[in-house]
Design a protein around this ligand. Sequence first.
Ligand SMILES: Nc1nc2c(c(=O)[nH]1)N[C@H]1C(S)=C(S)[C@@H](COP(=O)(O)O)O[C@H]1N2
Ligand SMILES: [Mo]
Length: 199
Amino acid sequence: MGVVSRGFQGRRESAAADLPPGQYLTRDFPVLQAGPTPSIPLDAWRFSIRAETGAETTWTWRELMALPAEQPTVDIHCVTRWSKFGTTWEGVSLDTLFEKVETAADYALVRSYGGYTTNLPLEDLLDGKAWIAYRYDGEELAGVHGGPARLLVPHLYFWKSAKWVTGIDLLHDDEPGFWEQLGYHNYGDPWREQRYTGD
Ligand SMILES: Nc1nc2c(c(=O)[nH]1)N[C@H]1C(S)=C(S)[C@@H](COP(=O)(O)O)O[C@H]1N2
Ligand SMILES: [Mo]
């Protein structure tokens, strides 16, 4: 008798091939964060990119909503070893935001409401690799998962995907963010298992 397998692993030849080393699969969506969930009214929400020149480009919520949205479906990998396949999001590509930004910087320091920061090379935010996401699984992104909007950079460990994102500073010199200062790997590639400094 034929069994029709839908969704989840059914779409994959082999789940193992899509699972980075040391990770296990979960269907849950765990909540991980270093502090409380901030509440940000949409009319007060701002997102700004500050270039190394000091020039700042800012979007209001309405302006963000007016930009073309994309609907990425991506696998996510947390450094605490859970991975989740096929998560579906809606948001604005960083490429779209960077159309308005002039920069010669190589590094980005991402800032969140509440003070969380995380750093990554600017190129890891570009070329279709990152989004400001405001919907998850067909619904508004829940506050505990970073709503109103979070960064989504699925090719790096999930701590780089800053929840409640409010801006990006562009820098000539790399500057470690919150977890990176506390011993997490500076880059965080799950496929190379870059969990902690020295990995
Ligand atoms: N602002 C903020 N963003 C954050 C964090 C945080 O503590 N504060 N934790 C990071 C970590 S360690 C992980 S694994 C993911 C967890 O996202 P989730 O709670 O939606 O699963 O958010 C990341 N983004
Ligand atoms: Mo994490």
